[in-house]
Design a protein around this ligand. Structure first.
Ligand code: TMP
Length: 232
């Protein structure tokens, strides 16, 4: 159910000259970012905007295969893992994101390069000096115009995962099995960049999903108003 506040904000979107054409969602496990990315895509479509949803890693044939490997329990060294993420992203950029942006579509990505900096950089503590360059190779310079971080405390994320895997804990992937310390480092990275990068916004993900969505819309609306202005 879309409540009336959300309807009002969405109708204000029609007064904007433009909105960002590449929006990414970030957050730790159990933050609810996938739900938010989905709701945003369908809400934008409902008001007539050509939004598409992509998942990193995923969406392309190669990306889905890599995602399966990463989600499986086969042994993967941290560096090999990094290169799998980078490969999946490069394919996503070439095959889906660039063509969509060229056609004027609005791309909403469930995770993107900031995940590598957060998980492999901070979580796994890999290559602090060269990681940004490696990320650049994976994106070819195609970066989100705005990044929305759905923020929850690690203990909240972990307890949501416990609920999700109540029947069978063995279904957890390699990241979902990481402990609180790992997630704390990942979260800290997101919180830090929100203070230094003007296009990175934190939304409290511990609220109820409709409330979270309202905040997501407001962040995008205010950012767009500031950057593109309103139709006179
Ligand atoms: P998710 O898309 O279902 O959240 O799962 C993807 C997992 O992969 C998640 O735990 C975060 C992790 N990840 C990285 O470690 N590095 C990356 O670059 C990306 C995109 C995801």
């Amino acid at each position: 159910m879309i409540d009336s506040d959300i309807k009002d904000i969405l109708s204000d979107f029609k007064r904007l000259r433009d909105i960002p054409h590449f929006i990414s969602f970030e957050g730790i496990e159990g933050s609810g970012k996938t739900t938010q990315a989905k709701i945003l895509t369908s809400a934008l479509k409902k008001i007539g905007l050509p939004a598409i949803l992509v998942k990193d890693p995923g969406t392309t044939k190669l990306g889905e295969k890599i995602r399966k490997i990463l989600k499986s329990n086969i042994e993967i060294s941290p560096t090999a893992e990094l290169f799998l993420f980078l490969s999946a992203r490069r394919q996503l950029v070439e095959e889906v994101i660039k063509p969509a942006l060229r056609k004027g579509k609005i791309v909403i990505s469930d995770r993107f390069s900031h995940s590598t900096l957060a998980y492999q950089g901070r979580g796994r503590m890999l290559f602090p000096e060269t990681l940004p360059m490696l990320c650049y190779l994976s994106t070819g310079g195609v970066e989100p115009e705005i990044v929305i971080v759905i923020d929850v405390k690690p203990e909240v994320g972990i307890s949501r995962l416990k609920e999700r895997y109540r029947q069978d804990e063995s279904k957890k992937d390699r990241f979902e099995r990481e402990g609180e310390d790992f997630l704390r480092r990942v979260r800290e990275y997101y919180l830090e960049i929100s203070k230094t990068q003007e296009n990175v916004f934190i939304v409290d993900g511990e609220n109820e999903p409709n409330e979270v969505f309202k905040m997501v819309l407001l962040k995008i609306y205010n950012f767009s108003k500031e950057k593109y202005g309103l139709i006179k």
